[in-house]
Ligand binder design. Structure first.
Ligand code: HEC
Ligand SMILES: [Cu+2]
Length: 315
């Protein structure tokens, strides 16, 4: 279903969003018609000098009537709140499966990287019918990832991750905009999202001149940066094993329990002193300023790949 003056609906979320939008416009419209209808009726009926009856209320305007319509509108609003919240929460929670794409925004371009290492600038190729999770960060100022035909918009912040997800429903080329005024060439910070059939996507991604699988780039960084010196099983240093860590709850020395997601891993690498794992000393050096977002993403992909083999897990 598509409406004039509206961007086409190219994702599952687009239909849900528009559905809610039109129903809310319709409900609000009905209320406007009712209220204005009553205003005009009453101002005509009770105009100065009219012979309409004033004083006693008619019989049917009872207490029960008043309680009835107040309760009805209350439940209508509860329903609207529940309905929009349920849909928005669904849009906020990325699915665990599907494709995970790393997005780095900078003045003034979008850089994307696929799980197999393929990189793009101001473009993003995705398969139709598969959930795509975007893990996003910025190298400088605040940007915002906006794909109107997918009805997704999410701020992209320096120094932390935000995520968004969508599932494309039709093939085609769609707009990608930055919607956060981010400098002189903000208006040119645009790109194309190309939704392809899964077969075409597989062919496209196999044909990319990419260096290597992101997780294996991470594995070699893990050695070259010296992480393995402490985190390897046979290391003399008392450091937590990372196999099986991703997605698990972690107990911290201050008693909190957090989930080892992408943001946690990033913080562990950049600010190891802020979240110290229970039972360990704060001896891990900070890698802030030494490695960039691409390296952090690769290290995270490597640690995530360790979680796929639970039998290696030391936990
Ligand atoms: C000097 C030894 C040392 C080095 C080098 C080191 N770490 Fe650590 N790391 C630790 C210790 C000890 C902890 C536990 C205390 C803490 O949380 O700070 C830890 C914690 C972590 C955690 C959180 C683990 C958990 O179970 O929640 C991650 C993730 C991590 N390190 C990744 C890395 C990565 C990636 C590198 C390389 C870029 C690295 N570490 C380099 C010693 C080290
Ligand atoms: Cu921007």
């Amino acid at each position: 279903m598509s409406f004039p003056l509206f961007p086409v609906q190219a994702s599952t979320q687009a239909m849900r969003t528009d559905h809610i939008f039109f129903w809310l416009v319709f409900i609000s419209g009905m209320i406007v018609v009712l209220v204005f209808g009553l205003i005009f009726t009453f101002s005509f009926r009770y105009r100065n000098g009219s012979s309409a009856q004033r004083g006693e209320l008619p019989e049917w305007v009872s207490h029960d009537f008043e309680i009835g319509w107040t309760t009805a509108t209350f439940f209508l609003f509860l329903f609207v709140a529940w309905w929009t919240a349920a849909s928005s929460l669904g849009a906020l929670t990325p699915s665990k499966s599907g494709l995970q794409i790393h997005v780095v925004a900078k003045q003034w371009m979008w850089k994307t990287q696929h799980p197999n290492g393929a990189r793009e600038i101001n473009a993003l190729h995705v398969p139709v019918g598969e959930p795509v999770t975007l893990l996003m960060t910025s190298q400088d100022v605040i940007h915002s990832f906006f794909a109107p035909q997918f009805r997704i918009k999410k701020d992209v912040l320096p120094g932390r991750y935000t995520d968004a997800w969508f599932q494309a429903t039709t093939t085609g080329t769609f707009h990608l905009f930055c919607t956060q005024l981010c400098g002189t060439e903000h208006a040119r910070m645009i790109g194309d999202i190309v939704a392809m059939t899964p077969g075409d996507y597989a062919r496209w991604s196999a044909a990319q001149p990419q260096a290597d699988d992101v997780a294996s780039i991470g594995a070699s960084l893990f050695r070259s940066l010296g992480c393995s010196g402490c985190h390897a099983e046979n290391s003399a240093v008392h450091a937590p094993p990372l196999a099986g860590l991703y997605g698990r709850p972690v107990r911290l020395s201050d008693g909190r329990t957090v989930t080892a997601d992408d943001a946690y891993l990033r913080d562990s690498i950049l600010r190891p002193g802020s979240d110290i794992v229970d039972g360990y000393e704060n001896i891990m050096p900070s890698f802030a300023g030494l490695i960039g977002d691409d390296e952090i993403f690769a290290l995270t992909a490597y640690i995530r790949s360790l979680a796929d083999h639970p039998k290696e897990s030391g936990r």
